[in-house]
Design a protein around this ligand. Structure first.
Ligand code: GCO
Length: 490
């Protein structure tokens, strides 16, 4: 999620890396290793199940640009980035990657990866400029073209209805503090299912409710709409957002086709047991359920946990039994965004305890991004065990990096390759144990507008020059292509 940047790391350039290799062999320190037989790297335990989907993910505001084109209404993100001082270096998504106009090239780039799926979001104010009312045909036409191009290129479209760009008009009517926003989102989602459901089979309701509620409405707010609500109002806004999820599940089913499938895309807090022994594993499952109580837990169980309500006390959200039924509407799959772990240990008095981060725990470029590949094993495992999910998608996983351009014009993002290989190894462990993960969407296909961090943090497999908008696949794109082609960790 959006975050402050740390100082840029200096990456080794290709030149200096190969220089080191030459020095070693010249000094006779190493003999060249015998080449691995191709079978050794593609068979056996490193493979993913047949039919596993490989994709990338983006969000409308982060890539599209064209913020005021073809009848699009203003979103809370348009408003936020145009407010001085909110975004690093005053960056905005006004143009972003201009994906709105360059979608054909972008689809080709994804096809070049060999990807079989693409997760994108629809900009709500492109379709309903004021949030409700008459749909804007020109806005819908963009997604029509995109979906056709994806299908024509062998990429299954996975559509996210809401990735944070609430129509500003709805913010002015109370935003997520208003229950009406939940219904408006459901109406919009139902409309999308009707308009695109003949070609789009998979719909995600809302992306990362936890992030846009906590970081857009909580005490440390740093993303749109930038509110700092007192606890009771914050809890109510969160309740409306999970209610919107449940209403949208129902609306998408009603508006879609018989094969339409729907679920959330939530950034779960993933507990990783400090020791893989039964007591710590059980403690970690309890942690997982409680840490996500206001989000995935209530969505998948249709109830707030006792601990959650006790903790909220007088500030707990107001809700009816009917609300809970709606929120817990059965879903077809569970999407989870997984970036980092929380290490957890069994604790005699409380059951579990999340242990703190050591000062030297390694991080990727974003200061919040502690590395913990095991999260990609434990995340799906907990979801499968706690909530009996039969289909799980990793809807986001990836890392930001500085991605310097080397003298030869290429980007040797070996840190991203390290990240990917270690996380995917853990995901492979999950699938090998029969945990029903059906696909993986790397965040992200392209460098893009990283919210409050602006363009300073690059998450893409494909580099974007923000002056010329030229796209250049990085070394990690080549790595990911091999993974996809072999359906294995390489
Ligand atoms: C989020 C969003 C993405 C981010 C990504 C990297 O998690 O904040 O879903 O839009 O860009 O996670 O921070």
């Amino acid at each position: 999620m959006a975050g402050q940047r740390v100082s840029r790391r200096t990456l080794l350039t290709a030149g200096s890396t190969s220089g080191l290799g030459m020095a070693l062999s010249a000094a006779g320190c190493r003999e060249a290793p015998a080449p691995l037989s191709p079978a050794a790297s593609i068979e056996g335990p490193r493979r993913f199940p047949t039919g596993f989907l490989w994709g990338t993910a983006t969000a409308a505001y982060q890539v599209e640009g064209a913020w005021n084109v073809d009848g699009k209404g203003e979103s809370i993100w348009d408003r936020y980035v145009h407010t001085p001082g909110k975004i690093k270096h005053g960056d905005t998504g006004d143009v972003a990657l201009d994906h709105y106009h360059r979608w054909a090239e972008d689809v080709r780039l994804m096809q070049d990866l060999g990807a079989t799926a693409y997760r994108f979001s629809v900009s709500w104010p492109r379709i309903f400029p004021n949030g409700t009312g008459a749909p804007n045909a020109r806005g819908l036409a963009f997604y029509d073209r995109l979906v056709d191009a994806l299908l024509g290129s062998g990429l299954q479209p996975f559509l996210t209805c809401y990735h944070w760009d609430l129509p500003q008009a709805l913010q002015e009517r109370g935003g997520w503090e208003s229950r009406d926003t939940a219904q408006a989102l459901a109406d919009y989602a139902g409309y999308l299912a009707g308009a695109l459901g003949d070609r789009v089979r998979h719909f995600f309701t809302l992306n990362e409710i936890a992030t846009f509620i906590e970081w857009g409405h909580g005490p440390d707010s740093l993303i749109a709409p930038g509110l700092r609500l007192p606890a009771a109002r914050l809890n109510q806004a969160r309740h409306h957002a999970v209610l919107a999820h449940g209403l949208a599940v129902q609306a998408i089913r009603a508006g879609g086709r018989p094969g339409t499938r729907v679920g959330p895309a939530e950034n779960v807090t993933v507990g990783v047991p400090v020791v893989e022994s039964p007591e710590h594993v059980t403690a970690t499952e309890q942690f997982m359920r409680e840490a996500n109580a206001g989000y995935l837990t209530v969505m998948l169980e249709g109830r707030y946990t006792d601990r959650f309500l006790a903790r909220a006390g007088a500030d707990a959200p107001r809700f009816t039994p009917d609300d809970l039924k709606v929120i817990g509407s059965p879903v077809d799959f569970v999407g989870i965004n997984v970036y980092m772990p929380r290490y957890v240990r069994a604790d005699e008095t409380q059951g579990f305890e999340a242990v703190g981060w050591s000062a030297s725990h390694p991080r990727m470029q974003s200061p919040w991004h502690y590395i913990g590949p095991e999260a990609l094993y434990w995340g799906p495992r907990h979801v499968a065990r706690l909530w009996k999910a039969s289909d799980i998608y990793i809807t986001e996983n990836g890392c930001g990096a500085a991605d310097a351009i080397a003298g030869d014009g290429r980007i040797y993002d070996t840190d991203r390759i390290m990240f990917l290989r270690s996380y995917l190894s853990q995901l492979q462990r999950a699938t090998a144990e029969g945990i029903p993960v059906r696909g993986y969407f790397h965040w992200s296909a392209f460098d893009n507008f990283e919210w409050t961090g602006g363009f300073g943090t690059r998450f893409g497999l494909v580099h974007v020059d923000y002056d010329t908008l030229k796209r250049t696949p990085k070394l990690s794109a080549q790595f990911y292509r091999e993974v996809i082609e072999r359906n294995a960790v390489v």
